[in-house]
Each structure stands twice: as C-alpha cells, then as structure tokens.
Write a protein that binds this ligand. Structure first.
Ligand code: 5AD
Ligand code: SF4
Length: 437
C-alpha cells in the first residue's frame, strides 16, 4: 500500500495544505499516483465556501466508496479541510459516511501521519478535529507543486465575520506567524529554486507578529531576499489596506504590479449588511491611491451578486463600480447561503432567477474590461514566468505576467520555471497568446 493521491477543492490555502500533506505522505514512503483511482490512499481536501463545492465533494466521496467496496485499488479514504470543521458535516460524516477511514481538520493537519498509521495498524477509523483555535500549525517540509514558485502561509484563520462567510467557523481565529519564521522559510525556498513567492492569509493586511511587525514590514524584508524575483500576496481586505502597503508598490521592486482586492459589492448599504467594514467611497479612495502609486497596476476582485435584500439599485451600484475601477478580471459569485452564517438567516433571500440574471449582466461588464485590459498588451514584449506545458501539447506553455495575466506561448525547448520575454500576438478575454521574443 504505497501510492497516494490528493484531490483539492477551494482556495490557495487549501492548495498549500495539500502540498504539506503530500510532503508528509512522501516522507512516510508513499509515491504520487497520477490517477486518483490507482492510489491506495486518497485524501479529499475540502472547501465549504459555496454550496457547489459541497456537492462536488459528496459526489466524489460516493465514487470512492464504490471503488473501495469493489476492492479496487482504493483502500483508505481520508477527508480533511474546511468541510469537516463544521459540526453539521461532522454529524453527516459520522451518520452517512461512517466508512470514511480518516477525518482531520484544518488545525490538525500535523496529526495526519499518526492518524494514518493508527488506521493501518489498528484497523479503526480515525477522527481528529479540534476547536482549539490558538494553535499556529507547525510548517513541515511540503511537496511543492512548482519548483519555481512557492505558497507561504503568513496568517491562519480569520476574525472578520463577514455575514455571508463560513471561513471564520472553519479556519478559526486569526494567528500570524513570526516575521523571522516567514523570512527564513522564503530564504530556504529561494535556495531550493523558487523565484516567486505568494504570501497567503485570509487577510494578509492584518498580519502582526509577536514583535509588532506588520505586513508592509514583512513585504520589505522579503523584498531584500537575494535571488527572489517576484512577491505576490493574497488575500487583501480593503478595510485594513494601509498607505504604508501602497507605498511598497513604489519602493519594493519585487512586488508584482497586481493586487487582488475583493470588493464583494459596490453598494455601501450591502457592504454594511455584509459586515465588510468599509464603504464604496473608502474602496474607491484605495483604488485611486493604488493607481497613483503604481499607474499600471492590475486590479482583480471578487464580487457576490444576490446577497439577501440586494435591490436592483444596489446591484447597479456594483455595475457602476466595475465601470469605475475597470478590473483586469473578477471572480463573480452567486450568493450561496451557508448554514451557521448570519446572512443565511436573513429573511429577504433573493430568488434564484434574479440572482442569475444579475450574475449574467455583471459578467458581461467584467468581461468587457478584461478584454480591454488584455488588449493593452497587444504587440508589447512582457516577462512571463512559465508554469509548465499543457497536458495535451507539450510544446504549448503557459505562465503569468507580473500583472497575473495568463499567457500561452509555444516553445520547442522546455522553458518551465523560466522568466522569459514574450511578444504578445493575440489578446482574448481570458487569456493571451504570444511568441518567445
Ligand atoms: N456565497 C457566494 N460567494 C461567497 N464567497 C464567500 N462566501 C460566499 C457565499 N456564501 C466568495 C467571496 C470570497 C470568495 C473566496 O468567495 O467573494 O471573496
Ligand atoms: Fe474554501 Fe474558504 Fe476553506 Fe479556502 S478557507 S478552502 S475558500 S472554505
């Protein structure tokens, strides 16, 4: 029993947790199986941010149960991540999915090797979820998805309690790692070949360590690390975005000219009901400051439509904000009630067809600006950090510009992990094509 496969749902936080879980499995002697059904140990790392992710998870669990019952390769099925953090899901797993072998949470990842070994040696199911929110997880050696770029946790959990969001209930209270710890990890990653780091947290702007170091101080410290080329971070909450951080776009040459700044709604009254603790004016003020500090900064966002009580006029405020900011791209979501969050209990839920119609109208405006922004790169030569080649065509590579734009380029030689000059030949809404310059 020596092959493993991890299926990851959700955000970069989860992706990085999966890298850590992979690292643990490999140090236990397991090897990666490309096919999930050809692995004896399968880990489903779950997300609960919207209902869609729930449904996909339950569907997949059913498939693995079938394989396991048929005595195919699948032997041990493990479930972790955000879903089992919720008491409702814990009950459901215990009642309807009691066959799952190992269940652990977002704060008990470090226990996984012991739980797996105990499952194998005793034959008993293992269940380890803790509600102890004070633990800062111990970062072990992770098996990175990419050699040239690395995900680095700087904070865990969230204290914001936006009324639509499940995350504070699944990832616990906010904790920051120490600046020294993070800098030390980035130096190690650079020595190991990483040239780009993505600093991760639910709200990186509220990073503050035991010594009082804040996020801009951390960014400047990482900017000084020799050999590193690019710094990104995610996610930034507008309510805590400081002028000092905006200044970093002028002073830190490694900081990518991109910010992901979720707005959620362009209406101050909706933002209030969402408990976002900023309003439209404050958000626009930040955007103006960012654009003046860094005129060609790429700005991306997350937007929810159909939040309870959203009127047509409030929705139009979102459309007009998109017109004002002219986002490079946006993740748009239909509001999905999450049990246990305040908004799920709001009485004025919006009917699905209205939510859907607004979603389509929003996407039309968002896509218009995505194309317009991409077209600005036409015929220009830009630096692209190549992530790898496509599965179907090994001559077709893709990577990201400084502004996080996805660029496809073909090459006869392997350019994975290299920062290459690409001349842009064709701009579409969701991607850009180019040739090696
Ligand atoms: N319904 C719809 N979208 C949601 N998001 C978070 N919670 C919900 C929800 N209940 C979106 C937000 C967040 C992104 C990660 O997911 O836009 O920024
Ligand atoms: Fe999903 Fe949120 Fe958990 Fe990330 S933190 S996996 S987005 S629920």
């Amino acid at each position: 029993m020596k092959r493993y496969h991890i299926i990851t749902f959700g955000c970069q936080m989860n992706e990085h947790d999966s890298e850590n879980i992979a690292g643990m499995l490999e140090s236990m002697g397991y090897v990666l199986a490309d096919d999930p059904f050809k692995a004896e140990v399968v880990v489903l790392n779950t997300c609960s941010v919207r209902e869609h992710a729930d449904k996909r998870f339950y569907g997949m669990l059913g498939q693995f149960k079938k394989r396991r019952d048929e005595n195919k390769d699948t032997r041990i099925v493990c479930v972790c991540g955000c879903m089992p953090q919720q008491p409702r899901v814990q009950d459901e797993i215990k009642k309807s999915f009691s066959w799952v072998d190992v269940v652990f949470g977002t704060q008990t990842i470090g226990d996984f090797p012991r739980l797996l070994n105990d499952r194998i040696s005793t034959g008993k199911k293992q269940f380890s979820i803790t509600a102890n929110n004070s633990i800062v997880p111990d970062e072990k050696e992770s098996k990175r998805l990419h050699k040239h770029k690395a995900l680095v946790n700087i904070t865990y959990g969230c204290n914001n309690f936006c009324t639509y969001c499940i995350v504070p209930y699944t990832r616990g209270r906010e904790k920051s790692r120490s600046l020294e710890d993070v800098v030390c990890e980035v130096k190690k990653l650079v020595a190991d070949g990483a040239i780009e780091v993505m600093l991760l947290g639910q709200n990186v702007n509220s990073f503050i360590d035991d010594k009082g170091n804040t996020f801009p101080t951390l960014v400047r410290a990482i900017n000084d690390i020799e050999g590193l080329e690019r710094i990104r971070f995610m996610t930034s909450n507008p309510k805590d975005l400081s002028d000092e951080l905006i200044e970093c776009y002028r002073t830190c040459e490694k900081l990518c000219k991109h910010i992901h700044l979720p707005v959620q709604s362009g209406s101050s009254s909706v933002l209030k009901r969402m408990n976002r603790r900023y309003d439209r004016e404050k958000y626009i003020d930040i955007i103006n400051k960012l654009k003046s500090a860094c005129p060609d900064i790429a700005i991306t966002t997350d937007i929810i439509v159909g939040f309870p009580g959203e009127t047509e006029a409030e929705f139009e405020d979102t459309l007009s904000l998109v017109e004002y900011v002219k986002y490079d791209s946006a993740f748009t979501f239909i509001y999905s009630p999450r049990e246990g969050t305040p908004a799920a209990g709001f009485s004025d839920q919006i009917p699905y067809d209205i939510k859907h119609e607004r979603f389509e109208r929003l996407n039309e405006v968002v896509n218009k600006y995505s194309l317009e922004k991409n077209e600005r790169l036409s015929d220009k030569t830009v630096k692209v950090l190549i992530d790898g080649s496509s599965r179907k065509d090994d001559k077709s590579y893709s990577g990201r510009t400084d502004g996080f734009k996805l660029v496809n380029v073909s090459s006869g030689r392997d350019i994975t992990g290299q920062l290459v000059d690409v001349r842009i030949t064709e701009c579409k809404t969701f991607s850009i094509d180019g040739v090696l310059a």
